[in-house]
Design a protein around this ligand. Structure first.
Ligand code: ADP
Ligand code: MG
Length: 332
């Protein structure tokens, strides 16, 4: 049974960034306004997510990391309009299977916090009182150490994995309004460096300035397009001539109703239009699609990053026209 559990878990948590993503999303679901991510050795040794959210009630301690335990009510016919990131109750159980999981948590109803240890099957093995503010800290040590092949891959690709994680955290830092986000990494020699720090502003503009800096922001044009009454695209793209030479989408972020998603077709469109005038450059693009939930299908993949619009061609065409206008007036 344990082997099967391990294999299934490996499909929810594919790598470092999907592991941290699950924890950050849990913090956001818990209403946190501050989320701190601390990595040791780029996440190889451990990673920890500290939040000031609601905390976890004692009656959930035993079941917390069991497969399919979720406190987020799942009303199946209404999956589309789900307001929380999580709903399957798979993240903590998967993380248990793939590493050593401990939790420290306290709700407003408790005077002290509790430190909890779970085994690889998600069973609670130790519990003690500790001091902590209201909120939750989840620590995972030695991710993948019990999957030799994955573990080797992880160590070999650690820089790439780390880069992917930072890019993902940037996405949340840009879109999570009113949430302070800090990410730091501590290396073997106990040198701690802060790699990301935002103040939790309410505006996308302020968040862009905090993540990428003022000089980058001043090279962006705003995008604001309403495709219909309830269909709005808002964001920023590089002004012509101000793209980056790098052939990577590491500064292209797309969101649907505030959730980070992959939109390869939108990325391609933006690159194509932009490169029409500026060869060898790729624009920064940060766009949020505010759309009715009935117009798309999420949850196509386990990590919920892929999303599918029902009227994709129409959206792409509208966006194309809007961007062409922005580019030509910006050049004039
Ligand atoms: P899901 O997010 O799909 O519900 P998870 O396995 O990610 O499943 O988490 C299981 C449960 O643990 C959540 O439903 C929630 O009740 C609790 N939980 C996890 N992380 C936190 C957190 N940071 N703050 C409060 N509760 C949490
Ligand atoms: Mg979750």
């Amino acid at each position: 049974k344990s082997a099967v559990h391990k294999i299934c878990a490996g499909q929810v948590i594919l790598d470092l960034s999907s592991a941290v993503k699950e924890l950050v999303e849990n913090s956001l679901d818990a209403g946190a306004t501050s989320v701190e991510i601390s990595l040791k050795d780029y996440g190889q040794e451990s990673f920890q997510v500290i939040d000031n959210g609601s905390g976890i009630s004692p009656h959930n301690f035993k079941v917390l990391a069991l497969k399919h335990h979720t406190s987020k009510l799942l009303d199946f016919p209404d999956l589309q309009s789900l307001k929380t990131y999580g709903f399957r109750g798979e993240a903590l159980s998967s993380l248990c299977a793939l590493g050593d999981l401990t939790v420290e948590t306290r709700t407003v109803n408790e005077v002290v916090a509790t430190h909890l240890t779970y085994d690889h099957m998600g069973l609670l093995t130790a519990e003690r009182k500790t001091a902590r503010q209201v909120g939750t800290t989840i620590t995972v040590k030695k991710l993948f150490s019990n999957l030799p092949v994955r573990s080797k891959e992880f160590r070999r690709n650690i820089r790439k994995e780390y880069g992917k994680l930072i890019s993902l955290l940037n996405a949340y830092a840009l879109i999570a309004k009113g949430v302070r986000l800090v990410c730091s990494n501590t290396t073997g020699k106990n040198v701690r460096s802060v790699v990301l720090k935002t103040q939790g502003s309410e505006s996308l503009k302020e968040n862009i300035i905090m993540v990428f800096g003022m000089s980058t922001f001043s090279c962006l044009d705003p995008v604001r397009l309403s495709i219909s009454d309830d269909y709005l695209v808002e964001g920023f793209v590089s002004k012509p001539g101000n793209g980056s030479g790098r052939n990577i989408g590491d500064r292209q972020f797309f969101f649907v109703n505030g959730r980070p998603v992959d939109m390869p077709k939108v990325g391609k469109l933006v690159n194509e239009l932009y490169r029409g005038a500026n060869s060898r450059q790729y624009p920064i693009a940060i766009m949020n699609f505010s759309v009715p939930t009935r117009t798309y299908d999420v949850n196509v993949t386990p990590d919920k990053r892929k999303l599918f619009f029902f009227d994709e061609n129409y959206i792409l065409q509208s966006l194309r026209e809007a961007l062409e206008k922005i580019y030509s007036s910006s050049q004039a």
